[in-house]
Design a protein around this ligand. Structure first.
Ligand code: NCD
Length: 356
């Protein structure tokens, strides 16, 4: 049952004075905390106990010029659960951009069709260009190796919720970050976002050649956080409250850059048992690469309560709903059309799923 007091009216100015949400640089801590409290408020709708029609009549254009399953469907589910509808396009080959259309023209055209636009594009900076050509709110769904700001929000939101259960706060925590830190845009956005908190310590462990860009590490240090590259997965796990694992972004590694993949940095249950505090939580933006020799997050942790990856994807819907209601200035109107869901709410699939 939704029993929280409806949130205060949203400011009409979006995030950081922009109608768009293209970078975590637009966020300050009060804005992040507000998005999280709106997401908490919207959880019963994301979990299909309640419905709202606050965005009835609104249309989202979901433009994915690069591979995606969860991000596209999660944005689509979020907008639909607010009562809106979706138009979308996927892939580059089938878009007019393949005919040479500019980002600005595409952006202007879609502005006549939709009330919000989500864009994923393989080129860094392209989503910001898309936003410059429209007044319709644009949300960055990932721009090349650049940013993925809603993923960072849902990652930090998951950390906050998991910590809430464990009686911890984000300030002062230690975060191990593993995998492709160079091309993994979720890591870039998450570290910038977490830099808004106080006194964190980041332990980084990546294959040679896939180290975190110096600008991201410097940004965190400039905000008073510790950032250290460590020599083994065991060192990264020691004392870490959160382990954030990532996939090697093979599609972004330039031809000719040799990267040696090794089981040494695959996160497996035995490593967690041996080196991590008992209440550690394991996150991954997903997808994890399940192919042999990929050495991504192992499946041997499946079903283990420390593995929070599906709680993380579930949280993504509520967080993206909050991003939409805040950007469109309707958070305070959600309650006007609240109704219990007419169908029965699905029960948890596995013991480590959150109670619905
Ligand atoms: C990530 C992405 O696309 O940046 N996935 C996601 O959006 N959850 C991570 C990845 O592709 O490895």
């Amino acid at each position: 049952v939704i029993d929280a007091v409806p949130p205060a009216p949203a400011s009409a100015s979006g995030f950081g004075g922009s109608p768009h949400f293209t970078s975590v640089a637009q966020l300050d801590l009060p804005t992040v905390e507000r998005i999280f409290s709106v997401a908490d408020y919207l959880q019963p709708i994301a979990r299909r106990q309640w419905t709202t029609r606050v965005l009835e009549g609104a249309v989202l254009a979901n433009l994915f010029f690069e591979a995606s399953t969860r991000t596209r469907l999660s944005f689509g589910a979020a907008f639909s659960r607010l009562g809106g509808s979706i138009i979308d396009t996927t892939g580059f080959t089938f878009s007019s951009m393949a005919k040479g259309e500019s980002i600005a023209d595409t952006s202007r055209v879609i502005s006549g069709y939709a009330d919000a636009i989500v864009v994923r594009h393989p080129d860094e900076g392209s989503v910001a260009q898309f936003a410059e050509a429209t007044n319709v709110p644009v949300v960055n769904g990932g721009d090349g190796a650049g940013e993925h700001p809603t993923q960072a929000l849902l990652d930090a939101y998951t950390i906050q919720r998991e910590f809430g259960r464990l009686g911890k706060g984000i300030d002062g925590s230690r975060i191990a970050v593993l995998g492709d830190l160079r091309y993994g845009r979720t890591v870039h956005s998450l570290l910038r976002l977490l830099s808004l908190y106080r006194g964190l310590s980041f332990a980084l462990f990546s294959p040679a050649g896939l180290e975190l860009p110096a600008s991201v590490a410097e940004h965190a240090r400039a905000h008073g956080h510790r950032v250290e590259s460590v020599a083994s997965i065991a060192d990264a796990l020691a004392g870490a409250d959160v382990v954030y694992t990532t996939r090697i972004q093979k599609e972004r590694i330039p031809e000719g850059q040799a990267v040696e993949l090794s089981p040494d940095w695959q996160l497996r249950r035995e490593l967690l048992d041996a080196h991590s505090p008992a209440d550690v939580i394991v996150l991954h933006p997903l997808p994890r690469d399940a192919r042999e020799g990929a050495y991504d997050l192992s499946t041997d942790l499946d079903g283990d309560p420390r593995l929070a990856i599906f709680r993380q994807t579930d949280n993504g819907v509520a967080v993206r709903m909050a991003v939409f209601t805040e950007l469109l200035g309707v958070s305070h109107l959600v309650a006007d059309t609240l109704r219990p869901a007419a169908w029965s709410t699905p029960s948890p699939l596995r013991p480590d799923d959150p109670a619905l």
